[in-house]
Design a protein around this ligand. Structure first.
Ligand code: ATP
Ligand code: MG
Length: 259
């Protein structure tokens, strides 16, 4: 009788431990599966995000090319066409002195205009001040251009220095500010913009704000543009981070840093 009880106790205890072991194995198996699924989901989202960024870059490049092609066609080719026509006219026989003078003046005016246009297009592609004197001077000029439009007052200050050798990277910062300022005017109807560069923990930081109508963050309507996507990919390229804060009627505050 006593022996039977001992056998039963051993049996039940072993059964209990076997069940516990099976339970633990099943538990670990499913929780591990869940973790792996979560990680895969995260990776999928990251891949999707990168694909969106690449697509945004490609689309912007195409739009930029279209714009340059249009500018070249409308502002330069058309003028050079008329210059060519006028130059041929100069070869016509029996032209009076007045006519020659008129045609020559026409040619001078048109080539002047074509030169102006080509300068404007080149400026848009790579602002010469930025290239020659660095980010600070480039942003100063950009702010002046916006302030001169009288639609907005720009307050710019720079409490750090930029090494001109890193101009290639700084061009990204310049483009980010260009996009932010365009957005502030176009969407925010802002009348004031503030830009501050400073150095925090060995990183350059830019604080950008406007007093415009702001926007609802996380509203999918606000995620449709290419501008913000491009800004994100430029920040990723600069190995920096960006923090965007906005709410209706509270303007925007954007803080980003870069190396
Ligand atoms: N400073 C701002 N004030 C108010 N709304 C803004 C501001 N910046 C961005 N937005 C909102 O966020 C949206 C997305 O901006 P984004 O620059 O990505 O696209 P977009 O300017 O509409 O188009 P794109 O830049 O491609 O020409 C805008 O359509 C606008 O609704
Ligand atoms: Mg935009």
């Amino acid at each position: 009788m006593y022996e039977k009880e001992i056998v039963a106790v051993i049996l039940y205890t072993s059964l209990f431990f076997i069940l516990l072991a099976v339970g633990l194995i099943v538990f670990f198996y499913f929780s591990r599966k869940r973790i792996i699924e979560k990680e895969l989901e995260k990776k999928d989202l990251e891949i999707q995000f990168k694909q969106d960024q690449i697509q945004a870059v490609i689309l912007t490049q195409e739009e930029e090319r279209k714009r340059i092609a249009q500018d070249l066609h409308d502002d330069i080719s058309s003028k050079l066409n008329v210059v060519a026509l006028n130059s041929h006219l100069l070869n016509s026989p029996n032209l009076s002195v007045n006519e020659v003078q008129e045609i020559t003046q026409n040619i001078i005016d048109l080539t002047g205009k074509a030169l102006d246009s080509s300068r404007k297009i080149a400026h848009g592609l790579l602002p010469p001040v930025l290239e020659k004197f660095g980010l600070h001077a480039g942003v100063e000029e950009l702010c002046l251009e916006f302030s001169n439009s009288k639609a907005v007052k720009v307050n710019y200050s720079c409490r750090t220095e930029f090494n001109i050798a890193e101009n290639d990277c700084h061009l990204h910062v310049f483009r980010i500010l260009q996009e932010l300022m365009n957005n502030s005017l176009r969407h925010g109807k802002a009348t004031k913009i503030a830009i501050l560069f400073e150095e925090i923990d060995n990183k350059k930081q830019c604080t950008y704000s406007d007093n415009g109508i702001g926007f609802l963050m996380h509203n999918s309507e606000n995620m449709k543009g290419l501008g913000m996507k491009n800004i994100e990919s430029r920040i990723a390229f600069l190995k920096g981070t960006i923090d965007i804060k906005s709410a209706p009627n509270e303007g925007v505050i954007i803080i980003f840093n870069f190396e």
